[in-house]
Design a protein around this ligand. Structure first.
Ligand SMILES: NC(=O)c1ccc[n+]([C@@H]2O[C@H](COP(=O)([O-])OP(=O)(O)OC[C@H]3O[C@@H](n4cnc5c(N)ncnc54)[C@H](OP(=O)(O)O)[C@@H]3O)[C@@H](O)[C@H]2O)c1
Length: 402
């Protein structure tokens, strides 16, 4: 009985103490505690007379100060490292102009930031106007630079690629490097086969392989004018589909992953052909590289354990699965691919030099056939090759003969 009374007394004392504590909190503190920040920016109709013209004229520009974006930090150690990798006699990083496609997300966004930090001029390509403007403004402020030229283009249409190349050529007579980074998967992330390029090409193939092919051909004069330039193709060791090179439109067989892997195989093959036809180190070089696995939208959609929508793949979406991949921010391969002059001294290092099983990449005949097909589909006009092209040989038939 006495114990029960004691317990009740203790409870009463604790309650009184808590109430007293609550009363001690000032109304201001209480307001701060209860404050929840607005999720949207206030609407403004006031036009900014000083807003820049061209691609930077996007509604909402005047609110740029109010937007608190991702914190872009300078990386002095990384810049030092990049400068150490520049060969004497080559243009300093501050004088180089790079085009980065798909620069508004993932590896492309990170590489753009690092290039700007190193003092380079970046032609920043994006597909969505608002996103492009947002990141261009953000990075301009963060790195205190105006050496950003945002350009807009959906790489899934031939006319748009042509317009993009014309726009770039008008403004930049010299380009020291192109990073072909933009890529898509799964029929524009719908999980359905999608046709584009004036309904002539499967969507993933058009964006990942045909567009970079056409864009490179259109910018050849600017690359040659730079004196030392490189074209870097971001591919993947998952490339495959030797048996489907006669079906690049994916009419016979389609899955999101199949068209992605096939597009990367085709890209690797035409990149190798470009190297053989036009590679002329240290003036103009062609390489492919693997940017490193990272937790990006593309990866989340493509990976078996990813959390992207997989409508047609009939897979459970493992929403609660924690990501095991690093963020693109921790990946610097694409950045060094653009600035390291080891890629200028020689042409022709490829992802397929490593552990890739495809035989078609080393098949001269298969590459030449694909080149013809790509040229026809894209309408690309290439200059005369420099003449060191090997006679087309069928590597598979050679193997059979042996
Ligand atoms: N992440 C990895 O683990 C991994 C592994 C191997 C290879 N890669 C390669 O790395 C490169 C970058 O991929 P990521 O992982 O960084 O992917 P991501 O974050 O999804 O970025 C892809 C970029 O491509 C752009 N893009 C997509 N479709 C486009 C279109 N139709 N027109 C213009 N731009 C378009 C996107 O623009 P929006 O921002 O407007 O959507 C985005 O900026 C790709 O070539 C990929 O194959 C990545």
């Amino acid at each position: 009985m006495a114990r029960g009374v004691q317990k009740c007394l203790r409870l009463a004392v604790a309650t009184v103490a808590l109430t007293a504590l609550t009363l001690l909190v000032s109304p201001k503190e209480a307001a701060i505690r209860n404050y929840s920040p607005p999720t949207t920016l206030p609407k403004s109709n006031i036009p900014d007379p000083n807003a820049p013209q061209g691609p930077l004229r996007i509604p909402g520009y005047e609110l740029r100060k109010a937007y608190a974006g991702a914190a872009w930090r300078r990386g002095p150690a990384l810049v030092e490292e990049a400068k150490r990798r520049v060969d004497p006699g080559m243009p300093p990083l501050e004088e180089r102009v790079f085009l980065v496609t798909g620069a508004t997300k993932g590896h492309g966004l990170e590489t753009t930031a690092r290039l700007l930090d190193a003092g380079c001029t970046v032609i920043m390509h994006g597909k969505i106007e608002g996103r492009l403007r947002k990141w261009a403004l953000d990075m301009g402020e963060a790195f205190e630079t105006d050496k950003i030229d945002p350009v807009l283009c959906d790489l899934s249409e031939s006319e748009e690629v042509e317009a993009l190349a014309n726009l770039i050529a008008e403004k930049h007579p010299r380009i020291h490097g192109i990073l072909h980074n933009a890529a898509t998967i799964d029929g524009k992330f719908t999980g359905k086969r999608k046709y584009t390029w004036n309904y002539k090409m499967e969507h993933t193939m058009a964006v990942n392989a045909i567009a970079p092919f056409q864009l490179t051909s259109l910018l050849m004069p600017q690359l040659n004018a730079a004196g030392s330039a490189r074209v870097m193709f971001s591919t993947s060791p998952t490339m495959s589909g030797d048996n489907y090179l006669d079906d690049i439109k994916c009419e016979r067989y389609w899955t999101g992953l199949h068209s992605y892997r096939l597009s990367k195989l085709c890209l690797e093959m035409v990149a190798k052909e470009m190297h053989l036809r036009y590679g002329n180190a240290p003036n103009l070089t062609f390489h492919s590289f693997h940017p490193g696995s990272a937790n990006t939208k593309l990866m989340r959609q493509g990976a078996a354990a990813g959390t992207g929508r997989k409508l047609q793949r009939n897979k459970k979406v493992p929403h609660d699965q924690p990501s095991y991949l690093p963020t693109p921010r921790s990946r610097k391969t694409s950045f060094f691919a653009m600035v390291d002059d080891v890629y200028q001294r020689q042409s022709g290092t490829f992802v397929s030099d490593g552990n890739v099983k495809s035989k078609a990449i080393d098949d001269d005949k298969a590459r030449a056939t694909l080149w013809e097909e790509f040229t026809e589909i894209s309408g690309a006009k290439w200059p005369e090759p420099h003449g060191s092209l090997p006679e087309p040989q069928d590597a598979t038939s050679e193997l059979l003969e042996a």
